[in-house]
Design a protein around this ligand. Structure first.
Ligand code: GLC
Length: 629
């Protein structure tokens, strides 16, 4: 019974004139899978006699067989019995029933600014910058106001409740493809902008509705997603019923319609990161304590932590499984996924309530966290000294104490890298990917920024990444912050690695294009490292062009001079990323609740993985020394 009402009880969702007909997650228990990958509501305009009824229907359609399992049949019939009809109004007792006793709830006191005070602060901020770049206060305010207006216009509703923002909202675009959908990763900056403005409802709804869409059945052989996967995006479809009724259906895309059928590995990770941010900024920890939400976290964590054939603690994924959702040679262990994985595990560790049934998972998470950070710090890090070391590597070493553990051939150190890497040991970065005989030396911005934000890198490494960005400002920031990766793949590399992708030509789109949405993540990283002035410089640069250029998705050319050739306009995460960056700069305490400091306990868990000579017992002293890498 509790299971079945878990979804009903979630509601700050407004009562709506709709019937919620199908449920995807009636049970928080993993062995009672009850799944359909869409949720429905029907709007009844007629006479409004009983417009608030909710009916639960069994909606398990197994993709290939059409045969529900016996478990699902049983759950389904229970659901039918329970569901007869139910008023779609908020029942405050239901939230209580499903909330568990939180043990690790850390209420955060964030001083909220009144609207007027915020405006005042913005004005003050403007005054401070006016001389520097010649933009008038009024102009800045206008730009920000337009950004807010556009962000609000992109809001998508389901059953009259706001549930997300569409990826792009260009009224002149006649072929929006899937840009009219709510993408999980794209919604994160929108969510933060709303949260920091004190508007939590849309974020709460988003978190709960996407939870309903989470995949519950593993049917890989039928091209369906694995258990626990979160969709890349969802769409609210409206279809007419008889007479003047119509229904709304939440329709997720797990990659089965996506171009290239890419798996959205990052979606679940972003979902967990956002769930933590929601608690931190609103102080409402009851959401993350709910049984169904706890189950959602655990399912994502279990999916990511499952054993496979892999030898590394990092997550093994296919190409295009993150923001770069096209073939770009980032299959294997790309940094972006590892940094988000690490951040999501750190978030989960804070949110999972420890009890008998969760303690093993928490232990596994702790072990994995320390193993990932050692692996990345030790093996992904490059600076001039390390590159010189790789350049002189011996190869084909067969032993547990090999120096060149991954058998990287020195010829992989390409001329661009030798020219590009600064002389100073104060500059360095984490490489894009690492696997047997393969080190991808490209600089991937999102992964490096999230390594700073989550403290995946050591304090020194994190500073060195920002030093590198400052030193290589023209290459990585140029005319528009920030390059998604550097350098671009050109000629035969472009042919072979992208498969001659016409969208990913050199210095365009994912292949070295410049993405303004990365601005908020850069800002967070700069604030964490005590260098907000770097972020301010980048925000000011973006501010000069974004509105005039109609908020493009990305920019092209080596220095980000042109609006991208296939770039969407009025791209929501460009708008939201800009707003979020500004809000973070204005609210340092909120910013500080979104990043993580070094965790010494994690470093103490196990340092075996770091030793060059294979296995060695863990030691506190050895762990401490790693902080100084
Ligand atoms: C493109 C981007 C992806 C983004 C989507 C919606 O596919 O590569 O990262 O989520 O557009 O904006």
């Amino acid at each position: 019974m509790m299971n079945a009402i878990a979804f009903l009880g979630n509601s700050t969702m407004r009562p709506s004139k709709c019937l919620l007909r199908a449920f995807t997650r009636l049970s928080p228990s993993r062995d009672t899978a009850f799944q359909s990958h869409h949720s429905r509501c029907i709007n009844q305009n007629i006479n409004n006699q009983d417009p608030y009824r909710i009916t639960k229907l069994r909606n398990v359609v197994q993709f290939c067989t059409n045969r529900p399992s016996s478990v699902t049949t049983q759950v389904a019939s229970e659901a039918r019995n329970l569901s007869a009809s139910r008023t779609c109004t908020k029942d405050p007792t239901l939230d209580k029933i499903i909330a568990k006793n939180g043990l690790n709830v850390k209420p955060l006191t964030v001083e909220r600014l009144e609207e007027d005070e915020k405006d005042e602060e913005v004005v003050n901020g403007d005054v401070r910058n006016i001389d520097k770049d010649g933009l008038e206060n009024v102009r800045r305010k206008e730009i920000e106001e337009e950004a807010w207006r556009l962000l609000r216009q992109s809001v998508v509703t389901y059953c009259d409740s706001p549930v997300g923002t569409m990826a792009a909202n260009d009224p002149t675009d006649t072929a929006p493809l899937n840009y009219d959908q709510v993408f999980v990763r794209d919604f994160v900056p929108s969510a933060l902008a709303f949260l920091m403005k004190g508007e939590g409802e849309i974020v709460r709804n988003f978190l709960l509705y996407t939870l309903q869409l989470q995949s519950w059945e593993k049917t890989v052989d039928c091209y369906s997603p694995g258990q626990g996967l979160m969709p890349a995006s969802f769409k609210v479809r409206t279809s007419p019923l008889e007479e003047d009724k119509f229904e709304e259906v939440l329709d997720p895309d797990f990659g089965e319609s996506a171009i290239g059928r890419v798996a959205p590995v990052d979606s679940g990770l972003w979902w967990i990161i956002l769930l933590r941010a929601y608690g931190k900024i609103t102080g409402d920890y009851s959401l993350q304590e709910r049984v169904d939400v706890q189950t959602g976290i655990k399912m994502i964590a279990n999916l990511c932590l499952a054993d496979g054939f892999d030898m590394f603690p990092t997550l093994l994924v296919t190409d295009g499984s993150c923001m770069i959702d096209r073939r770009m040679g980032i299959h294997g262990h790309p940094l972006e996924i590892q940094a988000l994985f690490y951040s999501a595990l750190r978030s989960s560790r804070e949110m999972i309530t420890i009890n008998d049934s969760s303690k093993n998972l928490v232990r596994t998470i702790n072990n994995r966290l320390s193993a990932i950070s050692f692996h990345i710090r030790e093996n992904y890090w490059v600076d001039k000294g390390k590159i010189n070391e790789i350049y002189r590597y011996k190869t084909e070493e067969y032993s547990t104490d090999a120096t060149n553990k991954f058998n990287i051939y020195p010829d992989q150190v390409s001329p661009w890298l030798m020219d590009w890497i600064p002389e100073s040991h104060r500059c360095g970065f984490l490489v894009g990917n690492l696997q047997p005989a393969h080190m991808d030396f490209r600089f991937f911005t999102l992964g490096n920024l999230w390594s700073i934000i989550s403290s995946l890198g050591t304090p020194r490494q994190n500073q060195a990444i920002l030093n590198l960005i400052e030193e290589k400002w023209d290459d990585l920031i140029g005319h528009m912050p920030l390059k998604i990766c550097f350098p671009a793949l050109e000629s035969s590399e472009w042919h072979i690695i992208t498969g001659s992708d016409p969208k990913n030509t050199p210095w365009s789109y994912h292949n070295g294009g410049s993405w303004p949405t990365l601005l908020w993540q850069f800002t967070l990283a700069c604030m964490k490292m005590g260098r907000p002035e770097l972020a301010e410089k980048a925000v000011t640069l973006a501010e000069k062009r974004l509105q005039a250029d109609r908020w493009p998705e990305y920019y092209d050319t080596r220095y980000g001079k042109f609006i991208g050739k296939k770039s969407r306009l009025y791209q929501t995460w460009t708008i939201a990323g800009f707003l979020t960056a500004k809000q973070l700069l204005q609210n340092p305490e909120m910013a500080s609740s979104l990043f993580w400091e070094e965790d010494l306990e994690l470093l103490e868990t196990c340092v075996c993985v770091l030793t060059k000579s294979g296995r060695k017992s863990c030691s506190r002293a050895a762990a401490k020394s790693q902080i100084l890498i």
